[in-house]
Design a protein around this ligand. Structure first.
Ligand code: ZN
Length: 409
């Protein structure tokens, strides 16, 4: 389905930023025997709403198609676990949470965050529609409702006596087709003095660092604080504080409360003013971004094909959605890269969407004798390079594709 109005404010004045053409679903890792069958592709056009500044894609793939066979487990990234543990410790202490409180996480995944509340003695409720992942959470003792979050689920939970002192929503606002129903759900479920803590990849970093490989069908929206303020205000919530985080290529963490009790800090005003300065409401930064994408895809394809022509062997690291986008935007396939390694055992043995490159265990990287490795998961580049010291020790070289294609020796 192609949207013709803004996902947040409903305006029709959508300005085109870039098109990545027809793309396979980025997380739809195929079984090798299915690779020869026709693979569904959907258009990927990025636009900006001139009324509320929300950057968004126009195509909505139904959630039951997108999340049918979801293979991403948060707990596989050490960086993310440490990040979650630190945030929980801080909120438990600052807001004196305990046995009387309730911590909710929307899109709670395998319980990677709520497990730390449970350990601190704070009752938890996870909301996670992906069945295989929700089961893993429950096995860790994280109570999990297996549904999509929206205002009606929030009403039902509230009717059952639940009011949340904290609602976490990490890296989920970008995925929500019914954006207004979702944020309305926060208002309904949030206790009078409660706080919504939400992290999303930040538009400022996305543009500046040309993180175009994070554009895929699951990722409907790309948030500036300007766009978030419009969205939350529409539902009686005010963003009280914000923090810029270095994770996922640059994220914005916001703290929102009921408008009647919220007291916005100077950080919120400063961030909004800064967005005006870099031109969040003008065409210029978006045009620069589109030019950057063109440069990266040309450079990476040129480099890999040059290396192959010289007889070098090339592989990739990280069978993440961003790898699918990068490979397909560049037109790279199994003649270019021998394999892509990934730590997630659920992905090993499958092939990359569109590119059909086999996915193998990270042990293969050093063992295989490949010369170069494209590090698709630049968000955890340090972690990967530390773990793959054996690959570089025997002469292997990493290539990092964004913000510019670099050979890292
Ligand atoms: Zn809008």
């Amino acid at each position: 389905m192609i949207e013709t109005t803004c996902r947040s404010c409903g305006a029709t004045d959508l300005s085109a930023i870039v098109s990545l053409g027809e793309m396979p679903l980025a997380n739809s890792y195929l079984r090798p025997e299915d690779a020869e069958k026709a693979e569904p592709r959907f258009p990927l056009h990025l636009v900006r709403c001139r009324a509320c500044e929300l950057v968004q894609i126009t195509c909505t793939v139904p959630p039951d198609v997108l999340f049918r066979d979801y293979l991403y487990l948060s707990s596989y990234s050490t960086t993310m676990l440490q990040h979650a543990e630190k945030l929980v410790a801080r909120l438990v202490s600052e807001r004196t949470l305990g046995a009387h409180s309730l911590a909710v996480e929307v899109a709670s995944n395998d319980g990677y965050l709520l497990q730390y509340y449970a350990k601190a003695g704070v009752p938890v409720l996870g909301i996670e529609p992906a069945r295989n992942v929700a089961e893993i959470a429950r096995s860790k003792g994280v109570r999990t409702v297996e549904e999509f979050f929206d205002a009606s689920l929030a009403e039902r939970l509230r009717g059952e006596g639940h009011r949340a002192n904290v609602i976490h929503a990490n890296n989920v606002l970008a995925h929500v087709a019914n954006l207004n129903g979702f944020v309305e759900g926060f208002r309904v479920l949030l206790a009078d003095a409660g706080v919504v803590v939400s992290e999303s990849p930040y538009l400022g970093d996305f543009l500046r660092k040309v993180e175009f490989d994070t554009i895929y069908h699951e990722h409907l929206c790309y948030y500036s604080l300007t766009a978030l303020v419009h969205l939350f205000r529409r539902h009686g919530l005010e963003i009280e504080d914000c923090e810029h985080l270095p994770i996922h290529g640059g994220s914005l963490r916001i703290f929102a409360r009921h408008a009647s009790v919220a007291r916005p800090t100077a950080r919120v005003t400063e961030c909004l003013a800064n967005e005006q300065r870099w031109g969040v409401s003008t065409d210029a930064p978006y045009a620069q971004f589109a030019a950057g994408i063109h440069r990266i895809t040309q450079d990476l394809t040129g480099l890999v094909r040059d290396l192959r022509a010289k007889g070098k062997r090339v592989a990739g690291y990280g069978a993440a959605a961003k790898a699918t986008v990068m490979l397909n935007a560049c037109g790279l396939g199994k003649d270019d890269l021998e394999f892509v390694c990934d730590q997630n055992p659920l992905k090993q043995g499958r092939v990359m969407p569109g590119a059909h490159i086999p996915i193998v265990s990270p042990d293969q990287l050093a063992a295989s004798g490949v010369d170069y490795c494209v590090l698709f998961v630049w968000n955890i580049a340090d972690e990967v390079r530390a773990r793959q010291a054996a690959f570089t020790a025997r002469g292997g070289t990493f290539i990092v594709p964004v913000p510019t294609v670099e050979v890292v020796s």
